[in-house]
Design a protein around this ligand. Sequence first.
Ligand code: FES
Ligand code: FES
Length: 169
Amino acid sequence: MKGIAVSTTVNGDAVEYVCHGRETLLDVLRNHLGLTGAKEGCGTGDCGACSVTLDGELVCSCLVLGAEVEGRTVETIEGMADGDKLHPLQKRFLDGAALQCGICTPGFLIAAKALLDRNNNPSESEIRYALAGNLCRCTGYDKIVRAVSAAAGDMRRQQKAQARRRATR
Ligand code: FES
Ligand code: FES
């Protein structure tokens, strides 16, 4: 079968690969690019374990073809930390024990980040609604919701501190 050449941006890096027409973005990330953070839980768009953002929008990478991301921007869990510095969401998930087996965790983190990037002060209902497409069979969800709420508070404090620093320059 003839391959399809794709040029795209993944976690800020220009990336090129050749995939077959039926390979999903999840296949490409895991099997061509070595980015194994996104997981295949169902392969049918029901569990959210494969969540990534595509041009800033949350998507199930199992439902996107690898060839569809030509010229677009993909963000995966591997791009969330800033070097050794964890994102506030990652830190709060760890501190709050908001994971057990961890299979669902990259998807929850990506979905939560997509929420906090557009709403830095979500209510509990808004958090639960935003994460409704992500399934976890271990934690019972409450710790996850608390971790997202705490991370939102951290991010608001960081944003205020940055604004103060800019104002005093
Ligand atoms: S593997 Fe994509 S939604 Fe479950
Ligand atoms: S921590 Fe195991 S599925 Fe969520």
